[in-house]
Ligand binder design. Structure first.
Ligand SMILES: [Mn+2]
Length: 257
């Protein structure tokens, strides 16, 4: 089925308008008006902001992107081609991500991550069913009925949660080959808010553990989280001094556009 740009919109939870202006709002598909951008400020959790994003339009596909993501030209066309490929086999899909882990556990995807200081993964793959996806950008198919769990506190693990929710209901999610620039800052700490979300996920999905994530699997025992907390401190120290580069320059240097 042919897709029109009216079938899509972009929603973002925003807490820094300067970063929004330097990244997501500069994306050619948004500047040209092909993709409408809606922003949500002041929400107490990602789930609350992103459900507001789902409710803010009637578009069949809602692109939920971080404010620090730049969509290189012609990103929407890439997305449409990937959806058409998936729908040849799976009409009833739930969520798409750009980086994640397959249901077999392997990592898949391709994105630039400024927080890591390098490109993660490589391109040239077919859409792969996902067990977890990175939250930098999620595409939700409205007709799947999937929504974000507003009991999940804070701004972490909501991608893993909605993908797991889909799997529990027999609605598959996928990682697609549609690279973007994630002009992120390194994660400062996996204590506090991250650990709180992790504990919520441990309780919610106790019958399905371990649930894979991109940072550390959700397991009954907290040792995986403790290890990841140590590791993230090292990555943070290594990358924190790096200045934020220009998103468009990064996209050009990587041949994303
Ligand atoms: Mn981000």
């Amino acid at each position: 089925m042919a897709r029109l740009s009216d079938d899509f919109c972009v929603a973002a939870a925003v807490n820094d308008r300067e970063i929004l202006a330097a990244c997501l709002a500069r994306s050619p598909d948004i500047l040209s008006g092909r993709l409408k951008l809606m922003t949500y400020e002041g929400y107490s959790s990602a789930a609350a902001a992103l459900n507001a994003g789902l409710d803010g339009s009637t578009a069949p596909f809602v692109i939920l992107a971080h404010q620090d993501v730049y969509l290189p030209r012609p990103w929407l066309d890439n997305l449409i081609a990937q959806i058409e490929q998936i729908e040849r086999k799976h009409e009833n899909w739930g969520v798409l991500g750009l980086f994640g882990r397959k249901i077999t556990g392997e990592w898949i995807g391709r994105v630039w991550s400024s927080g890591l200081g390098h490109e993660a993964g490589e391109g040239g793959f077919s859409p792969a069913e996902a067990a977890t996806v990175d939250e930098l950008l999620l595409v939700v198919r409205r007709a799947s009925g999937l929504r974000f769990d507003e009991n999940l506190p804070g701004f972490h693990l909501y991608g893993t949660d909605i993908v797991t929710e889909g799997r529990a209901r027999g609605i598959p999610s996928f990682v697609i080959d549609a690279p973007v620039v994630h002009n992120s800052k390194p994660v400062k700490t996996l204590k506090g808010a991250y650990a709180q979300a992790y504990r919520y996920m441990q309780r919610k999905w106790r019958k399905r553990l371990p649930v894979p994530t991109l940072i550390c699997d959700i397991e009954p025992h907290p040792i995986a989280l403790w290890r990841a907390q140590l590791q993230s401190m090292k990555i943070y120290r290594r990358n924190v001094a790096r200045p934020r580069r220009d998103a468009v320059e990064i996209a050009k240097a990587l041949n994303y556009e």
